[in-house]
Ligand binder design. Sequence first.
Ligand code: NIG
Ligand code: FE
Length: 389
Amino acid sequence: MRTTLFTGIGELVTCDASLGDGSALGILRDAALVVEGGAVAWVGRTQDAPATDEQVECAGGCVIPGFVDSHTHLVFEGERSAEFAARMAGEPYTGGGIITTVEATRAAPTDRLRVGAARRLAEMIAQGTTTVEIKSGYGLDVLEERRMLIVASELTAETTFLGAHVVPPEYASDRAGYVDLVCGEMLATCAPHARWIDVFCDAGAFDEDETRRVLTAGVAAGLLPRLHGNQLGHGPGARIAAEFRAASLDHCTYLTDKDVEVLRDAGVVATLLPGAEFGTRSPYPDARRLLDAGATVAIATDCNPGTSYVTSMPWCIALAVREMRMTPAEALHAATAGGAAALRRSDIGRLSPGAWADLAVLNAPSFTHLAYRPGSNLVARTFRCGARV
Ligand code: NIG
Ligand code: FE
């Protein structure tokens, strides 16, 4: 197999605490990395690097694991900038706008959905993202949900069935009938195209009993549970996520001390989506409390046209550092290894032997620049399995 040496790395972030400086980021300086068969085969000091077939010169830049964006709604049609403007003028976010996007998405030809999602994914890759999770949830009908998942599956293996996003207007007077549909024919039709089952468990979306019904049915169909919760107010999200051993509870804007303990003790990742707080002018989640309690934290974009039309993981890192009081190191860890944990993946989110060589070469000497220089794209080159994308 051909081997490639990434050399001249000023600062190599491995996210493997057994390497380098022994911190959670496992940092090596003046480093090199060997790729063989798409995976990391060796990391170490440049002067100790073995001979390889090819070389990639990193010119003293920092190399980080590619971002793992573990929560997106990338497949949709239309935009809701007027809603954003109204919120910036003081209107609250209610989730009601989701139906605007459902109508536009249902009306869009499949190729149009494909092109829009691919364009947003290209923006993500250009900013260092190498793995993306994509949810359905703007179809809310058996064939429309399946159509969204088929488009999502063309872009990622991390697809999530979110038929329980909100109740669509045609079921407004029959909520129970909609939950039956989600747990029955819709799940049966969508499960072959999804890895995960998700529910929006919040005021105005689905309550505790409905959430339990959908997760139970999804798990019985072979899907893995994850949950939207505690975005709009306090609620049962943490308890349900723990009960189902969900990989992640996403949003976590409103958590009690007890919720934090429950998430930590059950090993549920707390996925924070600062773009959604920015876009809805909401209070940011208390990341410090989660981190200080020892919970695993992930950061993701939540890319969607309503709350967070954001494709940039570096921008989310900058928000997490400035507004959520995470250190730059904690934020980078959450955006890489944290996202991998939220997807229950050990083959991504780190750059140590055995992991895929998914990485970003920065046009900066240190990862701290991601938060220190917000608004500039510091990602010079992105590689997946050792190949430039
Ligand atoms: O993650 N919270 C629920 N769903 C999306 C928002 C969807 C929308 O407003 O279109 C979110 O923020
Ligand atoms: Fe979301």
